[in-house]
Design a protein around this ligand. Structure first.
Ligand SMILES: NC(=O)c1ccc[n+]([C@@H]2O[C@H](COP(=O)([O-])OP(=O)(O)OC[C@H]3O[C@@H](n4cnc5c(N)ncnc54)[C@H](O)[C@@H]3O)[C@@H](O)[C@H]2O)c1
Length: 351
């Protein structure tokens, strides 16, 4: 039985604690919850009979031993927490986005190489049966070479406050659309060449978000050296529900992944119509994927291959940084501008 420390008792920490406790047939046990908000940690621990809580990962590592850490803290803490866990010899599941910038991604990858343990990134679409079947179909050549990839995510409500500030999260491109950035590179099976992002803000003021640089709507165009063109769109808050879809147009056909809800629907008006069948949240849309993700993480501790790791994680962060530069400077940005000489981006200075 693998012992796991869950770091961060927020929305995702709660979800993974539940899956580790209830979906793995006893192959793993959460033995500690870490959160500086000790009330939150204690509440989650009590719900799933987790014996211990700690205010920091350092405290937990000093007082107990674990096989793995599931890191679900705000993005600006990922590098620190992941490096600490890897350095202590733990296997790590790290939530997306991997980190704030490529300097931090480099620190995590160096710690990974030293530790030799497994690190899995929280791109749950990689664990979803529809997405994985579609990826296998594209890889088999069934629909030819990908010409256009369209990937969208609409999130239901505003994320936590830290995630609406580009200085502490890189904004929606990172928090919401990281998943799409990973998906299109996964399906293109190539390293992106450039990205162009445009953004808008429809609902921020009415929801009381006055953070500089906040946007709730975006489109991104990404090109690949293979000629494949990708379009990523995002909106959050979309209010009507959680919506994740992908379309692949290939030289010999097309495929689509995702419907707006179980059973599907083509139009939705207003906010979350009562009679419509919708996914209310990412927890519902990807319920099976999240459970599979924890199953795979525990299997990786016994040497199974990691389905999505730090290479893909750093690639998505590079797209976030080039994309943010693109929206701030209103121009197309080559990926090489951010990858050739990794630095802390100007908008993160002082944080
Ligand atoms: N894969 C997904 O579908 C998905 C969905 C939502 C969020 N996320 C990602 O998960 C991460 C957490 O998001 P969330 O929505 O759960 O955030 P959240 O704000 O709900 O929870 C974060 C928790 O971490 C705690 N925390 C802060 N610093 C900490 C530290 N150093 N050590 C331990 N705990 C600490 C906070 O007190 C809080 O309780 C983010 O990186 C986010 O992008 C992933």
């Amino acid at each position: 039985v693998k012992t796991i420390c869950v770091v961060g008792a927020g929305r995702v920490g709660r979800l993974h604690t539940r899956n580790l406790t209830e979906s793995l047939g006893g192959r793993a046990v959460v033995t500690a919850i870490v959160d500086p908000d000790q009330d939150r940690a204690r509440e989650l621990a009590a719900e799933y009979s987790v014996p211990r809580t700690f205010p920091s990962l350092d405290n937990a590592l000093a007082s107990a031993s674990f096989d793995g850490a599931v890191i679900t803290t705000p993005t600006f803490t990922h590098a620190r927490e992941a490096v600490a866990a890897l350095t202590a010899g733990l296997h790590v599941h790290l939530e997306k986005p991997m980190a704030m910038n490529l300097v931090e991604c480099g620190q995590i990858r160096a710690a990974e190489r030293k530790a030799g343990t497994a690190i899995q990134l929280g791109f749950m679409r990689r664990f979803d049966p529809d997405f994985t079947e579609a990826a296998a179909l594209v890889a088999s050549g069934e629909i030819g070479d990908p010409m256009i990839l369209k990937s969208l995510t609409h999130g239901p409500g505003l994320p936590p406050a830290w995630a609406t500030d580009i200085r502490t999260s890189n904004g929606m491109l990172a928090e919401v659309n990281s998943h799409d950035l990973d998906t299109v590179s996964w399906f293109a099976d190539a390293e992106p060449t450039d990205i162009s992002v445009r953004v808008a803000n429809f609902k921020g003021a009415q929801r009381g978000v006055a953070t500089p640089g906040f946007y709730d709507t975006l489109t991104a165009t990404i090109t690949y050296p293979t000629g494949t063109l990708a379009i990523v769109t995002g909106a959050c808050p979309a209010d009507y529900g959680y919506d994740s879809r992908l379309e692949v147009l290939g030289t010999c056909g097309m495929l689509q992944v995702g419907d707006t809800g179980p059973g599907g629907l083509s139009t939705i008006a207003g906010s979350a119509g009562q009679s419509t069948r919708l996914f209310r949240s990412w927890r519902d849309r990807f319920a099976r994927a999240y459970a599979q993700e924890m199953t795979d993480f525990v299997a990786a501790m016994d040497g199974a291959p990691v389905r999505v790791g730090t290479k893909a994680g750093a690639r998505a962060v590079a797209l976030v940084l080039a994309g943010t530069l693109s929206l701030l400077e209103q121009r197309t940005v080559m990926l090489s501008e951010v990858t050739d000489d990794p630095v802390t981006p100007s908008w993160q200075d002082g944080n």
